[in-house]
Design a protein around this ligand. Structure first.
Ligand code: PLP
Length: 386
């Protein structure tokens, strides 16, 4: 029995190598081994934890890259959103406008703060927060405390209009730029338009620290406050003294070492993601009912994921199934928050645009390690459905 078990295992692993899985977006360390150099430094100096040189430098290097005054390295993008809400003084019973078409991590921290989300629809022009729906929401809830928007799949939201609306209503703006590191709007990096911006270094993002996040802001006082909260709100005292609620949200010095190495290859990653997008566009845009995610004249996207919508006879599920049969990963577009069982009791302002994007959307494999041969295979499988 044992022997046949091992034989089966061997056969299974052989068949896996025969058709190696093609991922949607997976970790991709630098060819030069930058990450290991910084991680090695952490080991050599025994600064495995807590904090240390890599954390300080990763904060500086990322802040410089996106041209923000200050940055706090944290354990996740979700933690960064949580502390951004706290920094914006969002608390019990406060209303927060939130993009509905996003990953739940954008919305969950609103609940951590006992605040109340109101979800805002997308528009077709950006797939991101619709400024008209936002304007309508301001009329309905003039007492709103903060707005949190997302830059989905590395496409920027319509920042001029949204920033203007937030200024007019004197409301804090938080940008969830978890998916848009390397994306610029009119030459300015996403995540730096609002009062706070956040980035994620989760394993599927354009660069990764194995897990981590960053909070950026031009308000250095608030960033230093966020660092304080993130290290259990320890007051300056010899004994352990706490005057505020604390969190264990800091990034480790080992993770930050990986992040410093990854930051060096961010531009290469954007370039490769762009190539992938251009390839799909060439191969698939002639197919009936296929439309590509929107590109605006102001956008310089990072092309984190290449996404399309389908309005003809071929449905998203046909693509998911055909690719999965060949061990290739693809995904639906995010299911809107106002359609989620956990969030559906909260209000929503808009029409059916995000719902339609969810119903018709497909995120294509956009892994930067994908080979030309694999890309061709993906295109052939998809074209075979028409
Ligand atoms: C990944 C992601 C996050 C959360 O980041 P974590 O580092 O995984 O906590 C938040 N918002 C969006 C839009 C994301 O894609």
């Amino acid at each position: 029995m044992c022997i046949s078990f091992f034989k089966e295992r061997r056969e299974l692993s052989n068949s896996i190598t025969a058709k190696e899985r093609v991922f949607l977006s997976s970790p991709h360390m630098s060819d030069e081994g930058y990450e290991m150099q910084y991680v090695q430094e952490a080991f050599d100096t025994n600064w495995i934890a807590p904090l240390g040189e890599n954390v300080n430098k990763f904060e500086r290097e990322l802040a410089e890259k996106v041209d923000s005054k200050d940055a706090a390295a944290l354990s996740s993008g979700t933690a960064a959103i949580h502390l951004a809400l706290k920094a914006a003084d969002v608390g019990e019973g406060d209303i927060v406008f939130c993009s509905t078409l996003t990953f739940s991590a954008t919305a969950n921290p609103i609940i951590y703060q006992n605040a109340i989300p109101v979800f805002i629809d997308s528009d077709y022009k950006t797939w991101n927060m619709c400024p008209d729906a936002l304007e309508e929401a301001f009329k309905k809830y003039p007492e709103v405390k903060a707005v949190i928007l997302v830059h989905l799949y590395g496409l920027s939201a319509d920042m001029d209009r949204i920033v203007e609306l937030c200024k007019k209503h004197n409301v804090a703006l938080i940008e969830d730029a978890a998916e848009s590191l390397g994306t610029y709007y009119k030459g300015q990096h996403t995540g730096t338009f609002g009062d706070y911006g956040i980035f994620s270094f989760n394993g599927n993002k354009i660069i990764t620290t194995s897990g981590g996040g960053m909070l950026v802001s031009n308000n250095e006082e608030r960033i230093s406050k966020a660092r304080f909260w993130a290290t259990q709100s320890r007051d300056r005292a010899r004994h352990y003294q706490h005057s505020e609620l604390g969190f264990n949200y800091r990034m480790s010095n080992v993770s930050a070492g990986i992040g410093r190495g990854q930051l060096k290859v961010l531009d290469q990653r954007v370039e490769k993601k762009n190539d992938i997008y251009q390839f799909y566009k060439r191969e698939l845009s002639g197919l009936e009912g296929v439309e590509f995610m929107p590109m605006n004249e102001w956008d310089r996207p990072n092309y984190w994921l290449s996404a399309i919508t389908l309005t003809g006879n071929v449905r998203p599920v046909d693509i998911f199934e055909a690719l999965e049969a060949e061990n290739i990963e693809s995904r639906p577009v995010w299911k809107p928050m106002h359609m989620q069982p956990f969030f559906e009791k909260y209000d929503f302002v808009g029409t059916d645009i995000s719902e339609k994007l969810f119903e018709n959307g497909v995120c294509l494999p956009s892994d930067t390690k994908i080979t030309d041969e694999q890309l061709n295979r993906v295109a052939e499988i998809i074209k075979g459905l028409w």
